[in-house]
Design a protein around this ligand. Structure first.
Ligand SMILES: Cc1ncc(COP(=O)(O)O)c(C=O)c1O
Length: 458
């Protein structure tokens, strides 16, 4: 990776180990910015820091001139510590506390994206009480189905996010009574993550353009910016076709294609000069990191070999929560030709700690034993309910001591690590453009096992 031998790196540093590429992070920032600015010059790219909020990653993206999207007081604190100016920070969140709101006004960031009528009232109260000023954008749901994994869908009022159009009308009348304390700077939509249906972006673009027109007509003044959110997909199955046939793992279009879908409705209705904000997270950092794990054990169940790794869902949570597919290969046997199929599992004390879909496979087995006639629909049921391949195709000689690399883990991986079963959180390294490898997050030490616990040692 970037000229560094990862097999050797793990011999020096141990496993599990995350490794990021600074070169790739910077390249993604430039490619993303250019893709949108080519279509709409006045685009601000606000990286969604929830995808990976490591200070070293924020630092790279700030140096590339990006703005930042944050989702809590903690992420806001990181943003300011990483040197982002308040005018370059937007705050989202569905349950912002009074204290979080106060921090987003001290001093005022670019926009608090308001998630409900109640929240707007709360913002007004906090601003008046502390004699502060808030810049806000109203977050709306365009009521569309984007076809991504249900857990990361945000575009309809069936989800917990944002406001429907009627709520916005209520907000506009509330704003009239808030005077200078609350400035309506923009409108916001974010339709979910890993949105692989290009027409969803066009629909969202049209929706927000219509709402901007409506608000501006009602208020008689222009908004400062229009925020069309993130959700741009990555292609997780570019290496071979061993992933399950779930549409949303595949993306065969570029950032430019997304810009060409979402921006034209804005141009048609609002002209070309408005500031447009985008909030890409996954697509900025997904393909900038690998997770390296050691095979610690092998066992044979009937004809099937099982590989037991030292990395489980405590190091890659989305493999568990959404049964997300991450491509895996045997890093020290890249040249091997003969392959075999392996079950791959992690080290934790529950059966769900696996890199195949324990829940989906069991659900199908139960359905078939309850109602054998369902077997006629096997293909459809498997496609709908099983989210990961049952077996991974790896070099046939893969076994204990080998190194498994999970690819495209740069987004929503490292930020979700946690300690469980006495297994600490792993080290995160980064390869600098000059080839130096820096540790940007140390592995937990044995003493970190009881971090923040109060006890008297015996
Ligand atoms: C409001 C908001 N903006 C941006 C993002 C980033 O989405 P993605 O990482 O899919 O680009 C998210 C993530 O869910 C979000 O909730």
């Amino acid at each position: 990776m970037d000229g560094i031998d990862l097999v050797q790196l793990t011999e020096e540093r141990g496993t599990p180990l995350y490794v990021y590429s600074e070169r790739k992070i910077a390249e993604n920032a430039r490619v993303m910015s250019a893709a949108f600015q080519d279509v709409h010059a006045n685009t601000k790219v606000a990286y969604a820091s929830k995808a990976c909020s490591l200070m070293a990653v924020l630092d790279i993206l700030r140096r590339e001139g990006l703005s930042l999207e944050v989702n809590s007081a903690g992420e806001l604190h990181r943003a300011r510590r990483a040197g982002f100016a308040n005018k370059d920070i937007v705050l989202n969140g569905v349950a912002k506390s009074r204290d979080e709101l106060k921090q987003a006004m001290s001093p005022a960031i670019k926009a608090i994206n308001v998630d409900s009528v109640f929240e707007l009232e709360r913002i007004g109260n906090v601003a008046v009480e502390h004699e502060l000023k808030a810049n806000i954008a109203l977050r709306l749901v365009p009521e569309l189905e984007s076809g991504t994994a249900p857990g990361i869908e945000t575009a309809s009022s069936d989800t917990k996010f944002g406001m429907v159009v009627e709520d916005m009308d209520r907000c506009l009348s509330l704003l009239d009574g808030m005077g200078d304390h609350v400035h309506l700077a923009g409108l916001h939509v974010h339709i979910g993550s890993q949105i692989t249906d290009k027409s969803s972006y066009a629909e969202a673009g049209l929706f927000i353009a219509e709402q901007v027109e409506r608000v501006e007509a009602a208020r008689g003044e222009s908004l400062d910016h229009i925020n069309v959110g993130g959700g741009f997909p990555m292609n997780y199955v570019k290496y071979n076709d061993q992933s399950p046939d779930l549409g949303y793992y595949r993306a065969d279009f570029s950032h430019g294609d997304i810009a060409a879908a979402v921006l034209p409705p804005l141009h048609d209705r609002l002209g070309r000069d408005r500031e447009v904000v985008i909030e890409p997270g996954r697509s900025m950092v997904c393909d900038t990191a690998v997770l390296l794990a050691r095979v610690e054990n092998i066992k044979h169940r009937g004809a099937d070999p099982w590989l037991l790794l030292d990395a489980g869902y405590h190091t890659l949570m989305e493999a568990f929560t959404y049964r997300w597919y991450f491509h895996a290969l045997t890093a020290n046997r890249l040249d091997a030709h003969e392959t075999a199929l392996f079950r791959m599992v992690g080290p934790l004390c529950d059966n769900g700690d696996s890199f195949y879909d324990v829940e989906g496979e069991a659900t199908i087995r139960r359905l078939f034993s309850t109602e054998p006639a369902l077997a006629a629909h096997r293909e459809l049921l498997e496609k709908t309910l099983i989210h990961q391949p049952g077996f991974r195709e790896l070099p046939a000689s893969t076994g204990p001591g080998d190194l498994i690399a999970f690819l495209d883990v740069g987004a929503y991986g490292m930020d979700q690590i946690f300690a469980i079963n006495g297994r600490g959180r792993p080290e995160v390294a980064i390869i600098r453009p000059d080839g130096v490898v820096d540790t940007i997050r140390s592995a937990d030490s044995m003493d970190d096992q009881y971090l923040n616990e109060n006890f008297d040692a015996a």
